[in-house]
Ligand binder design. Structure first.
Ligand SMILES: Nc1ncnc2c1ncn2[C@@H]1O[C@H](COP(=O)(O)OP(=O)(O)OP(=O)(O)O)[C@@H](O)[C@H]1O
Ligand SMILES: [Mg+2]
Length: 232
């Protein structure tokens, strides 16, 4: 049994395209299959709603697409700018109220940001503001390649010391690994706590594919991640 405590896990990343949705889908599926009631949200989407649709597919069906993603702006830009193009304005308080409402119904809430930690989400706020206001556990996703140590440490440096200690870094394997990808996990574990770092294998199938979680190395990684998230 996974020792989950009622909490919000905020999936952020070192950049857009880092693998946040891939990881959020895997964690959601893993917890659902373990009998944990979990909600996976992507409150703010810009461009398409593919991430929200992927999270819907990974979920048990307790939420509608509009609950998973209440704010969708069409332009493929930072959500702040995409919203302004539609003469709309999104405030931090609106997103907080939505996530807190969902939190009343689900013990575990997984929230995917948009872009990286400091990408503007709405008027005067970004993912960092959401993490702090929600007192969420930060999950930092970073492609495992040359530069990953610097990028993941920069994200952790932007968090308060307390949140950085709580954070987990997930190095996402790439299709064609580079030399640094092999040494990154050890080096990162040396500068952080070893339990704060894990490596997600390359899936070889689309990120939202239901059988991704059945790949043995993938489920082992998610199990270890879940233990580190809630075993503190
Ligand atoms: N471990 C992996 N195995 C296979 N594919 C992966 C893996 N990690 C990421 N990808 C692929 O990389 C691409 C980007 O991943 P993903 O969409 O999850 O990133 P993101 O951080 O959510 O991006 P966005 O900023 O658009 O929300 C996707 O096509 C995804 O399937
Ligand atoms: Mg995404």
């Amino acid at each position: 049994m996974i020792p989950v405590n009622r909490s919000i896990v905020f999936v952020t990343g070192t950049d857009t395209g880092a693998g946040k949705t891939a990881l959020a889908c895997l964690l959601t599926r893993y917890l659902s299959r373990a009998g944990v009631s979990v909600a996976a949200l992507k409150p703010v989407c810009s461009g398409d709603r593919a991430d929200a649709t992927a999270l819907l597919g990974a979920s048990d069906g307790g939420l509608t697409l509009d609950e998973i993603n209440p704010w969708h702006f069409r332009a493929p830009l930072a959500p702040l700018l995409a919203a302004r193009r539609e003469r709309r304005r999104l405030k931090l308080s609106q997103v907080l109220a939505h996530v807190r409402g969902i939190q009343k119904r689900f013990p575990i809430v997984i929230v995917e940001g948009a872009g990286g930690l400091l990408s503007p989400l709405g008027e005067g706020f970004d993912s960092l503001d959401l993490i702090e206001s929600l007192d969420a556990i930060p999950l930092v996703v970073c492609p495992n390649r040359l530069g990953a140590i610097n990028q993941s440490r920069l994200v952790l440096a932007a968090l308060s010391r307390r949140l950085a200690r709580r954070a987990q870094v997930v190095l996402m394997s790439t299709q064609t690994p580079d030399t640094a990808g092999r040494s990154n996990p050890g080096l990162l574990a040396e500068v952080l706590e070893p339990k704060q770092v894990c490596v997600m294998p390359w899936l070889g199938i689309p990120r939202q594919h239901p059988s991704a979680i059945a790949i043995s190395r993938v489920s082992k990684t998610i199990r270890a991640l879940a233990r580190s998230l809630w075993d503190k």
